[in-house]
Write a protein that binds this ligand. Sequence first.
Ligand code: GLN
Length: 465
Amino acid sequence: MMMKGIDYFRKLYRSEKVRDVIAGVLDFVDSEDKKYNAFITINRDETLRRAEELDNKKNARGKLFGIPVAVKDNIAVKGVRLTCASRILGNYVSPYSATVVEKLLAEDAIIIGKTNLDEFAMGSSTEYSAYFPTRNPIAPDYVPGGSSGGSAAAVAAGMVPLALGSDTGGSVRQPASFTGTVGLKPTYGNVSRYGLVAFASSLDVIGPLASNLEDAELLYRVISGKDPSDSTSVCHSRSLEEVDRCTIGILDEKWLTTINPAILDAYRRLTADLERAGMKTRIIQTDLWKYALNAYYIITSSEASSNLARYDGVRYGARQEGENLLDMYFSTRTGGFGDEVKRRIFLGTFALSAGYYDKYYKKANVLRELLRREFKENFQGVDFILTPTAPELPFKLGEKVNPIDMYMSDWFTAPASLAGYPAISLPWYRNEQNLPVGIHIIGQAGDEENIFILSKKLNKIISHF
Ligand code: GLN
């Protein structure tokens, strides 16, 4: 198994036809995906038709000419099933495409299919898909992370060089960490959410997954930008004169005691390596990080309980009949949603209900604001913050039975999501069982380009790891 980058395809296109290359990709996916179940839908006929169209193209080639891309199945592609890995949307076909999809097509990319996820993007292992779990191509008894596990697995298995995921609390970054791929969560608003099925609208962001940094960067450039169809869309960009001379924020030991000891050990060594390489490091303030997960799960579940009210058996997807209207709602939602989604709807409805709103939802928002302020204060003294991407190694399928254990996966990723800041996960090292571990850089709003510059520098340092 080999990960293939954009370059691999560009070289092929010097001599080969797009249709032939893409037919080969589809055959490879057909056989390879039997092992991993990364895809929910493969778009064979449409994909080949599009490849032929590109072969006949007369005008200039787009930046992603003929590049096969996989799209997480909570992002709309016109005329293609959009399931969110949920039974409630099992037969739903999207009547329009997300802005990110339009942008990919405008650059001549080829969307070959839709990838598996935890139902409605709620989870950290892709085991909460209503259809099937996805396996980690690096170690097939292990999960690929989640919720964008299908997209990460498709890249890690070399089925596609690029994939789109979505990240609300870590869903691009943690799967990247688990599969040895690169995953970016952009600044909130820098990539349009138009056509992304809403989970928690104040945190949801679409992000790129790729086998290497340059490809992730290119994909980010293609999908980002202000979009009039998304009222929260912005165009943040911050230029930093000298990323070379930046100061890196490091977490203090007290914050790290609960994580996997081998990862902690590696983190200590990495800090020492950074200093040896001439980079400045400084320990940051993290007093509020311990509340981040609590705030994250209250806020996202509250938003989800409201966003998911639209699946009522009338407007979208599957319906299960009942004696009367209320009965129909009841059976549609009871049969249509899986356990984890129901858990979030209960939690969110409770947190928003009269009498508990102040105690939970409002308090969580106060914490979110305080956390943002703590980040801002930290960013007075440091330019970036470096953490492991996940507090743990990839785990085995079926290993995590308690939902709270699953929530703990977001330990390092949820804080940046609550603050709306961009963050990347890069392949860091493989442990003695060859399981991938990712390193995580958090920047300030609009820091994507700076994060890419620093990542390249960091890549040199960790290549000796
Ligand atoms: N694991 C987190 C959750 O279940 C993150 C999900 C996401 O980013 N979509 O909420």
